[in-house]
Design a protein around this ligand. Structure first.
Ligand code: SAH
Length: 458
């Protein structure tokens, strides 16, 4: 749509009805067929807005006044809710947030995935605050001082946040020590425009079951000044701190962690328990951010695999082997594939420490590994996939179809790519036989889904 054809103009004030939500959690209104996205608005509300931006396919409005509030409207429990780009759902009840998320998954599966499902069930997170086990705070100069916090929505301006409601206290404690150490020692924050300065991100990971904490400082250099002082202060102030490391990251770009790690204190990893197993977690290895919900997710996925103890199961995108090892107790043999070498090292180590002898791990691109397995004539009974947001490569879909497992269990963090892949798999002779959503990220826009596809009997 050309801008000239827009039924609204920049700066125009108008009243609209909110009829749904975007995938980022904004309210959606329609003005003569044009979608208008309104952050902080709730379905069913009538709001007075000012058009703040005209995009390619939608306009964006800022709320001036809520004329008819929804009964689901709540006073945000987080004082940073308006400025911080981390969470998007503080202004509504958790029940309404769950309805929005279930609707998003259902709409994607129906519209993109070619299904005709009633609203999929969603399991909410019992904990809606303090559930996250990973914090990644960008560090920047704010009003002449080093600060760490979150980016303002759609910008790279850092909003200093001293207490994040969805994190544990450890992240706040580490943040406070870091900012003080940078101020006292005149350590410059990284400036992404010029590529100068030292400290880029603070990364804190907590193992919720064991309590162990890892702090990692991401730096644009090979070391830090006053290293001993920082280590001592962190150990004094951060509860259960077990290990401290540096991530050396000198390349421009948005990736949070660099490839090289230097351990300043402790073993360089922490350990958590999940599904009755003990896992070693390096900073670079993927680990679900909501541990308790991850356990529910994996149990659901394993239940959907319907194993009897004899099957061969392939787990693509296996990370540190969490799902693979949990599956191993119910299967004859499990094979995990993952692209990050550190995660595969963790996965192999995790198999040993949990006395799992029927698991094999390969460090490879999922597409290449799947293609190779298919060419070798390997026929797993079940394939589990848990890809990143971009979903499955076409090659993976084709290779999976060639391996022809009875069941495919797909764990997804992006309903749109999940739906696209379901469509592709139905074209390869699979039928969607189960779909549900699970909320891992209360107050944030993301939602997790788990589905099963079964092979049509020939
Ligand atoms: N199943 C694991 C990890 C899921 S996250 C768990 O639940 O903990 C997705 C994983 O896919 C990440 O570990 C990421 O490193 C990995 N990954 C991303 N691209 C990949 C690719 N092309 N091939 C194999 N693994 C990939």
């Amino acid at each position: 749509m050309k801008q000239a054809a827009y039924p609204v103009a920049l700066g125009q004030v108008l009243e609209v009805e909110i009829t749904g939500y975007t995938s980022e959690g904004q309210g959606v209104a329609r003005v003569e067929g044009l979608a208008v996205f309104v952050a902080g608005a709730i379905r069913g509300e009538r709001v007075k807005i000012k058009i703040a931006h005209l995009g390619h396919t939608a306009a964006y409005g800022d709320i001036l006044q809520v004329l008819r509030p929804s009964p689901e409207r709540r006073e945000p429990a987080c004082p940073y809710a308006r400025d911080c780009g981390g969470c998007v759902f503080w202004h509504m009840s958790y029940e309404e947030e769950l309805r929005a998320k279930a609707q998003r998954v259902t709409d994607a599966l129906n519209r993109i995935g070619g299904q005709s499902l009633d609203t999929v069930p969603i399991t909410g997170s019992p904990a809606q605050t303090g559930y996250r086990n990973k914090a990644q705070y960008p560090v920047a100069q704010v009003k002449g001082r080093p600060e760490a916090g979150f980016f303002r929505p759609r910008t790279h301006q850092v909003v200093p946040v001293s207490r994040c409601r969805i994190q544990g206290r450890e992240a706040d404690q580490a943040r406070e020590v870091l900012v003080r150490w940078m101020t006292e020692n005149r350590v410059p924050p990284y400036d992404e425009k010029t590529g100068t300065g030292l400290v880029r991100h603070l990364y804190v990971r907590t193992a919720r079951a064991t309590g162990q904490v890892l702090v990692c400082l991401v730096v644009n250099g090979d070391g830090i000044p006053q290293e001993k002082r920082l280590v001592e202060n962190l150990l004094k102030s951060v509860d259960n701190l077990c290990t401290i490391c540096l991530s050396i990251h000198k390349k421009p770009g948005n990736a949070v962690l660099g490839d090289k790690f230097v351990t300043l204190y402790g073993p360089g990893y922490i350990e958590d328990t999940l599904c009755g197993l003990r896992f070693r977690l390096s900073p670079r290895s993927f680990y679900q951010v909501n541990r308790d919900q991850a356990e529910r997710l994996y149990e659901t996925a394993i239940g959907l695999a319907g194993l009897t103890g004899t099957e061969t199961v392939l787990d693509l995108y296996c990370g540190t082997g969490t799902i693979t090892l949990a599956l191993s107790r119910r299967a004859g043999k499990v094979i995990g594939v993952e692209i990050i070498p550190a995660a595969i090292r963790d996965a192999k180590e995790n198999a040993v420490r949990n006395h799992v002898e029927n698991a094999e791990f390969f460090c490879a691109d999922a597409a290449q590994a799947a293609k190779k397995f298919a060419e070798e004539g390997i026929h797993p009974d079940v394939i589990v996939v848990d890809p990143p947001r971009k979903g499955l490569d076409e090659t993976v879909v084709k290779a999976m179809a060639q391996m022809a497992p009875e069941k495919i269990v797909y764990v997804s963090c992006d309903p749109a790519t999940l739906a696209r892949d379901i469509k592709r798999l139905t074209e390869q002779g699979y039928t969607l036989t189960h779909a549900e959503a699970l909320d891992m990220f209360p107050r944030c826009a993301h939602v997790e889904s788990v589905v099963r596809l079964s092979r049509e009997k020939l």
